[in-house]
Design a protein around this ligand. Structure first.
Ligand code: CTP
Length: 412
């Protein structure tokens, strides 16, 4: 169990609890972390202490609980608890604490700790009413914090405190938060890794994932491309590898470091990507086409840079190969495509699913805030066999990747 350290000393985890009804689940989380061998220091906001008394957490962790910046004898405790631990978990992370953290405020013990934490590991489990979660202010705050390096788990779709209907905003279960913490702290110990790998449907499966844009040259220095960052594809590759799959990543040019432990093929053009994918397809169990290959290329390619002084330029473009459309696939192979749309999304995605013979299509709308290219979050709808449709809330791309794999694994 990695929160206990693969072989070494116990991990030190701070559990920051802000004031939402989900704090009753934070008691279980504190317990699970402690049972897993971690040293757990709990920091409670004043609002959280209205829901659960500090004594509960003291009894569960066997350590004193910090509730205020002004506790006698504990001056600077929030600074030590910001800098020393391996991981700070904020669960629940209310809309209010996310807003204050995004603003860089330090007006209570938890936000002061989070500000002093800087770019060290933070994992937040948001929990709030669905309208608060859908509010663009919250979306922007989560985006800001994600860009600063925060990691998020959840929220889940489920019954909220105010009613039984299924809506996004519910805090992830303690087990899911613990699993996300393990992932961040460097994976499982060898024992738990093999246990997980052999029980996962992805275990030993050969999975090809494509990521990023491709580039088509006009001349040696000018290209046609798109702003795909590659994050969604890299997250899918990492998540599949974590589940025990043998992953081959085919990536166009991105600024991301290749994930360790998996085979990565770098390509530039759509035709190169097509060749690499086709070569890897021969023994693959699944293909996840999350790349955004350039759809057009110049009909002719100049060997020398064309001077600007040559005046206006008209370029004739031709279509690049449709990689999915031209694929020779093995029987039984699962094929997942993406559909990046800017309107009429569901209808277009269904057409692509049919035309490209996809088992699943992941629809995202480039015009939606926080979704599509160049952002660390995404909001997708998964369409699957038999009219299956799963709408996910706005989530960090790694969490979207996990949810996609959860759905796709039914077909493996
Ligand atoms: N794709 C592909 N080959 C291409 C372009 C896209 O295999 N030359 C794949 C993408 O990786 C994605 C799916 O096809 O999985 C849908 O891509 P999208 O850009 O949404 O659709 P297009 O096929 O390009 O069609 P359109 O331009 O009409 O949207």
């Amino acid at each position: 169990m990695s929160v206990a350290g693969p072989a070494g000393p116990p991990r030190h985890v701070v559990l920051g609890v802000s004031g939402g009804i989900a704090c009753y689940k934070s008691c279980t989380l504190a317990r699970r972390l402690t049972e897993a061998g971690a040293t757990v220091d709990v920091v409670l906001t004043a609002a959280a202490a209205e829901f659960v008394r500090p004594l509960t957490f003291e009894a569960l962790t066997g350590r004193p609980v910090l509730t205020s910046l002004w506790e006698r004898g504990r001056a600077l405790a929030h600074i030590h608890l910001a800098k020393d631990p391996d991981l700070v978990i904020v669960a629940p992370a209310t809309a209010n604490v996310l807003a204050r953290a995004a603003m860089g405020m330090a007006d209570d013990v938890l936000t002061a700790l989070l500000l002093a934490r800087g770019d060290r590991l933070i994992l937040a489990a948001p929990a709030m009413n669905d309208d608060m979660y859908a509010n663009p202010a919250t979306t922007a705050n989560i985006k800001t914090l994600t860009q600063r390096g925060w990691h998020f788990v959840g929220p889940e779709v489920g019954a909220l405190a105010e009613g039984p209907s299924e809506r996004p905003g519910r805090m992830s279960e303690p087990e899911a938060i613990l699993a996300a913490a393990e992932r961040l702290l460097g994976g499982d110990s060898p024992g738990t890794r093999s246990a997980r790998s052999t029980t996962s449907k992805w275990s030993g499966k050969r999975v090809v994932v494509t990521a990023g844009p491709t580039r088509e040259h006009l001349d040696p220095v000018r290209v046609l491309t798109n702003p795909s960052s590659g994050r969604m594809g890299y997250a899918l590759a990492e998540a599949a590898q974590h589940r025990g799959a043998l992953v081959a990543l085919v990536t166009g040019p991105t600024e991301l470091a290749p994930p360790s432990g998996l085979s990565t093929t770098h390509v530039e053009t759509t035709e190169e990507m097509q060749r690499a994918v086709q070569a890897l397809m021969t023994d693959a169990d699944a293909l996840i086409m999350s790349a955004a290959p350039a759809d057009y290329r110049p009909k002719t390619h100049a060997d020398k840079k064309r001077p600007r002084s040559a005046g206006p330029l008209t370029i004739e473009l031709e279509a690049t190969p449709d990689i999915l459309g031209s694929l020779k696939r093995r029987k039984g192979m699962v094929v997942v495509g993406f559909a990046l749309e800017t309107g009429n999304g569901l209808a277009n995605a269904r057409t692509k699913m049919q035309n490209k013979a996809l088992d699943f299509v992941i629809l995202n709308d480039a015009t939606e805030p926080g979704a599509g290219f160049e952002v660390t979050t995404n909001r997708v709808t998964i369409l699957g066999p038999g009219g299956k449709q799963v709408d996910l809330p706005l989530l960090p791309k790694r969490d979207v990747a996990e949810r996609i794999l959860d759905v796709v694994e039914e077909a493996l």
